[in-house]
Design a protein around this ligand. Structure first.
Ligand SMILES: *Cc1c(COP(=O)(O)O)cnc(C)c1O
Length: 420
């Protein structure tokens, strides 16, 4: 049953309640390897389901455009103060609705339409909002894009420096959605400083690793830090912008009134809970275990002949090029889902195939680490992945169903917050 239980929902809308129950059960029985997903705590779930959703509070604590903020103000202050303490930043804004609007606010704060900006290309591992052409950020700004080296699969800092010197972007984004290696914040900072650009570290994927001390921090290197709260940080769907004191005012003005109206106070409360949870020894252990699990899973996949972009991982994420296995990312991901292993198909750098049918799969260990799986289970997961990929290639659906049954058998021993 979903935890917390949803009896009122079941009464008033049984159809919807059934879908929610089934989704909780599905999450329980799957090895969830999508690297941007997680299981939030029951406390975080409870916070998102509170009466705070009833309240309008445009503005910031102490400077609101609506009355009745006696309790909303301390809730938002709690979230802001906890963010500042956890990450060691001068300033935090917890109001962005999600990662993409948070990034849009950064453009609004520091650029005019048509200005030059720089980020990592989407097919190389960047995010849509770092200037990719189908995104508003690629349409309304002149975006130049860097990538990774073909021989190493790692960000090409020489290319970043040369591009920055030639194009003089106002903003440089570092970070992305499919980067299996440590981001060199000091090197980016040196380049940004040389050309007078604002450096933005988009740590959406790795915020939990940074908070838990399992990845270097961008603080002191990037003037502005953007993050979602729902990936490795293990909070509600939302985002935060953090900055040094100099850039604080511009960030706040861009979020409100520049881009958004009323903040989602139930989400703000859940972010506060998340940040408290993240400032514990338990969370630091979780962050380090994510990396240990990813490393063990990567090694086990390499042993089975899988070709990993950059050869391995430093963080929570693994990008596999399936070309040598003779199967596309999409049919592999679909077969793996049937086998109880959930991940996503993904382009790999220099992918000769189309984005909707690319060569790779992307996987990561945050959610399974939250479930309590450890390095000793990683060879088994690699074996299942390998069997499923071969079964997919042979069109053997029964083999996939047999793997799914084995997966379920393992997972019954690993509780999941949100389902009991
Ligand atoms: C996930 C992600 C985002 C966008 O977050 P949404 O909440 O999906 O809008 C932005 N940047 C990076 C690097 C991300 O990984």
């Amino acid at each position: 049953m979903h935890q917390p239980a949803v009896p009122h929902l079941a009464d008033s809308d049984p159809e919807l309640a059934q879908l929610v129950e089934s989704e909780a059960e599905r999450q329980f029985h799957k090895i969830r390897l999508i690297p941007s997903e997680n299981y939030v705590s029951t406390a975080v779930l409870e916070a998102t389901g509170t009466v705070l959703t009833n309240k309008y509070s445009e503005g910031y604590p102490g400077r609101r455009y609506y009355e009745g903020q006696q309790l909303i103000d301390p809730i938002e202050r709690l979230a802001v103060d906890r963010a500042k303490t956890l990450f060691g930043v001068d300033h935090a804004n917890v109001q962005p609705y999600s990662g993409s609007p948070a990034n849009l606010a950064i453009y609004l704060a520091f650029c005019q339409p048509g200005d030059t900006v720089m980020g990592m290309a989407l097919p190389m591992g960047g995010h849509l909002t770092h200037g990719w052409n189908v995104s508003a950020t690629g349409k309304w700004f002149r975006a130049v894009q860097y990538g990774v080296r073909k021989d190493t699969g790692r960000v090409d800092m020489d290319e970043v420096r040369d591009l920055a010197r030639a194009e003089r972007p106002k903003l440089i984004f570092c970070g992305g959605t499919a980067i299996p290696r440590t981001i060199d914040f000091p090197a980016f900072a040196e380049i940004a400083r040389e050309i007078g650009a604002v450096l933005v570290a988009d740590i959406a994927h790795i915020a939990g690793l940074i908070a838990g001390g399992a990845h270097p921090s961008p603080v002191g290197h990037a003037q502005v830090i953007s993050t979602t709260t729902h990936k490795t940080l293990r909070g509600p769907r939302g985002a935060m912008l953090m900055s040094d004191a100099e850039h604080a005012k511009a960030v706040d003005k861009a979020v409100f009134p520049g881009l958004q109206g009323g903040p989602h106070n139930h989400t703000t409360a859940a972010i506060a809970v998340t940040l408290k949870e993240a400032n514990t020894e338990q969370f630091r252990t979780y962050a380090h275990n994510i990396v240990a699990n990813a490393r063990a899973l990567a090694e086990a996949l390499v042993e089975r002949g899988y070709d990993l972009v950059s050869g391995g991982t430093d963080n929570h994420l693994i990008l596999v090029d399936l070309t040598n296995k003779g199967i596309g990312g999409k049919p592999a991901a679909r077969a793996l889902d049937r086998a109880g292993i959930e991940l996503n198909y993904n382009t790999v750098p220099f992918d000769p195939r189309k984005p909707f049918d690319p060569s790779g799969i992307r996987l990561g260990t945050p959610a399974i680490t939250t479930r309590g799986l450890g390095v000793e289970q990683m060879p088994q997961i690699a074996e299942w992945i390998d069997r499923a990929v071969r079964a997919a290639d042979e069109g053997d659906g029964d083999a996939l169903d047999r793997i799914a049954a084995e997966v379920r058998e393992l997972l019954v021993n690993y509780p999941m917050p949100g389902w009991a």
